[in-house]
Ligand binder design. Structure first.
Ligand SMILES: Nc1nc2c(ncn2[C@@H]2O[C@H](COP(=O)(O)OP(=O)(O)O)[C@@H](O)[C@H]2O)c(=O)[nH]1
Ligand SMILES: [Mg+2]
Length: 280
């Protein structure tokens, strides 16, 4: 085979692969509770499949979007200010991977953030601890989706990011400046979804069309963390018990001393009064 023929067949092969790879997209929604994850899933799939009530379990739904099969896994999300010790949430997020068709990992994570709320260092800590638990390279597959675009009014998303300060700016940088704004109250606006799909496709392309493989250690890490938290709690309990016991002992000693001094004082008073009687 000459060089040109070799290149041509490679291009055809790549183009075929490109086409096949674009046929299916698997997405996981991540984020704090009530930021609009389920609503974003509905807007993306253009149907009301995820309920807005608080879901404690991951849910998988799919649909045809712009000629592609899109699978969306919605996760329960973490509470505001919660850091990485919310094991049940993390276990459930990890379980969400198993809902993916044929157990293939997700192509992208949509990290949902409410553009109508403040984002500070505590929020950053919570996001980082939950997201990084999924394994190395997770950020390369992550796009930030800012919901409540309708509340931004005349402000641009860049103004919001700048206004929120260092915490949000560093998160955006961590995600390679990949972000998108949606207004879930205007789900009929198809442009916001076609643009989001374009950004997801670009992200998948930048990752060599590969999907994210979750860290095999994740369950082990969670178990280890659970054990450490339990050990810490037991240690604290035994310290409290020891302190209580030693305080109890000291109190007993002091009470005994007070009783002894009380008796001596009583004796002294009696002697003085007897002496005074003699003198007078
Ligand atoms: N105005 C407005 N409300 C939104 C938007 N996205 C979500 N919401 C509302 O925010 C609330 C929580 O949304 P939900 O998707 O259930 O949050 P989740 O807990 O992250 O899944 C619901 O009342 C949604 O209607 C948005 O883009 N604009
Ligand atoms: Mg939800």
């Amino acid at each position: 085979m000459d060089k040109i023929q070799k290149y041509t067949s490679k291009f055809v092969e790549n183009a075929r692969g490109y086409h096949i790879k674009l046929q299916e997209l698997r997405i996981i929604l991540l984020g704090q509770k009530t930021v609009g994850k389920s609503a974003t899933g509905n807007t993306l799939l253009h149907k009301e499949v995820f309920a807005s009530s608080q879901n404690e379990q991951c849910q998988m739904q799919d649909g045809e979007v712009s000629g592609r099969r899109v699978t969306v896994i919605d996760t329960p999300g973490w509470w505001q200010n919660s850091s990485c010790c919310t094991d049940e949430t993390d276990k459930e997020i990890a379980r969400g991977f198993s809902l993916s068709p044929h157990l293939f990992g997700p192509h992208a994570f949509l990290l949902v953030i409410d553009a109508d709320a403040s984002f500070n260092a505590t929020h950053l800590d919570a996001v980082t601890s939950h997201v990084e638990l999924l394994g190395d390279g997770v950020w390369r597959h992550t796009i930030i989706v800012f919901t409540r675009g309708d509340w931004l009014e005349t402000n641009s998303i860049e103004q919001y990011i700048e206004g929120e300060g260092e915490a949000l700016q560093s998160l955006v940088e961590q995600c390679g400046n990949r972000y998108h704004v949606v207004d879930n109250k205007n789900a009929s606006d198809g442009t916001q979804i076609s643009e989001l799909l374009e950004k997801i496709t670009e992200t998948v392309a930048a990752n060599g069309w590969g999907y994210f493989v979750p860290d095999q250690q994740i369950f082990q890490t969670l178990e280890e963390r659970r054990r450490k938290v339990k050990e810490g709690a037991m240690l604290r309990q035994s310290q409290v018990k020891a302190t209580r016991e030693s305080l109890g002992g000291m109190l007993h000693y002091h009470l005994a001393s007070v009783a002894l001094y009380g008796n001596l004082l009583k004796l002294l008073c009696q002697s003085v009064s007897t002496l005074l009687l003699y003198v007078m």
